[in-house]
Design a protein around this ligand. Sequence first.
Ligand SMILES: [Zn+2]
Length: 135
Amino acid sequence: MILVPGGRKCYCGKKGCADAYCAASALTDGKYESLELFMEALSEGNTKAQKKWADYLDNLAILISNLRMAYDMDIILGGEVGGYLADHMLALGEKVMEYNGFDRDIRYLKNCTYRKEASAVGAAKHFFSEFIKNI
Ligand SMILES: [Zn+2]
């Protein structure tokens, strides 16, 4: 999904994709070795990290609002950054409501259960269930 026409180059070859603005690399790119180090700088009050985080939440809020408008469904925030969003839901929710003129709250917006390795846990769950069925 294009988020910013003509914006940052995405790994897919297009410009302005949501991934270029809402993936963990949008926060770590160029300065931080890992998302954990970025979040550490953010929690320590680093002003550049705070500005980057505010921009990140703005872009994520636009993406969430677009998805909500297109699909009218609950949205689960996952991925690498999703694990850190639980502590920032109020700020994110306020931004989402700025772009969403139809919902009265953000109850449709939920945090992921697993902070890390959610995809691996999901994949393992399938095979674990198959294993249990065959015992
Ligand atoms: Zn792309």
